[in-house]
Design a protein around this ligand. Structure first.
Ligand SMILES: [Zn+2]
Length: 239
């Protein structure tokens, strides 16, 4: 049986007992005749014993980074090398990702990938990419709900509204999500963090309701309008 040790789980975001599935310790040294430097990097593939998330854990030290202390009783100087700990992925809470996002991986892996990349973009303040991600995620949800893929995004919002799947208010905010993604993709527009928060909150509520709880999806069969004959072009409004 593998050893248990304690590490900071990136999903629970706390120190947990973990199972080591693999480990590799890599000592190193550099010398050029005058100077000598050494250190060690310990790599581990571990699994949280609580939430079962598997992650990479790295612990490293080197001789350039040294703390000098003295023994509390004898006063003899002791040198200690503090260890730098890193995990991949980094703790989830920093990425603003709601915990239910994890369950989407089992429901629709493609949607999970889109959302995961969207949160990563947001984390590094890449709001253009994150906005395009929101729009792509919305499009993927409509596909998951079997809305005609040939409709424009705006028509998809209207189809969801017509089917009673979303209300007028939600339709308006989802139109902003699709507009924002389009403006970011085609006109280089970027929302600031505050604007982005509103957009993602709207999409999160929509996804949580229709994909995670899945209640509305069951009612949808036969309600979404059939594919129109000329789907890609919107009819021009009368002059
Ligand atoms: Zn955990």
């Amino acid at each position: 049986m593998a050893d248990a040790f304690r590490a900071h789980c990136p999903r629970c975001d706390g120190v947990r007992n973990c199972i080591i599935h693999g480990a590799f310790d890599q000592p190193w040294h550099v010398e050029d005749g005058r100077n000598f430097m050494e250190g060690q990097t310990d790599h581990k593939l571990v699994q949280c014993a609580g939430c079962e998330t598997v992650f990479y854990y790295k612990s490293s030290w080197d001789s350039e980074d040294c703390d000098y202390e003295s023994h509390p009783v004898t006063g003899v100087p002791i040198s200690a090398y503090p260890k730098t700990i890193e995990t991949y992925p980094i703790p989830e809470k920093k990425s603003h990702k709601p915990d239910w996002i994890w369950s989407i991986g089992q429901i629709d892996p493609q949607l999970y990938r889109i959302l995961d990349e969207t949160y990563k973009a947001r984390e590094i303040n890449s709001f253009i990419l994150a906005s395009v991600g929101l729009r792509t995620a919305f499009d993927r949800v409509t596909e998951f709900l079997k809305v005609d893929v040939n409709l424009t995004l705006e028509q998809k919002v209207s189809a969801l509204l017509a089917s009673g799947f979303i209300g007028e208010t939600e339709a308006n905010t989802l139109r902003v999500v699709t507009d924002a993604g389009s403006a970011a993709a085609h006109r280089g527009w970027a929302p600031d963090e505050k604007a982005f928060k509103v957009l993602i909150a709207t999409l999160e509520q929509f996804i949580y309701r229709v994909v995670v709880t899945g209640k509305a999806a069951l009612d949808l069969t036969g309600v979404i309008p059939p594919r129109p004959t000329s789907p890609k072009k919107k009819p021009k409004p009368a002059p």
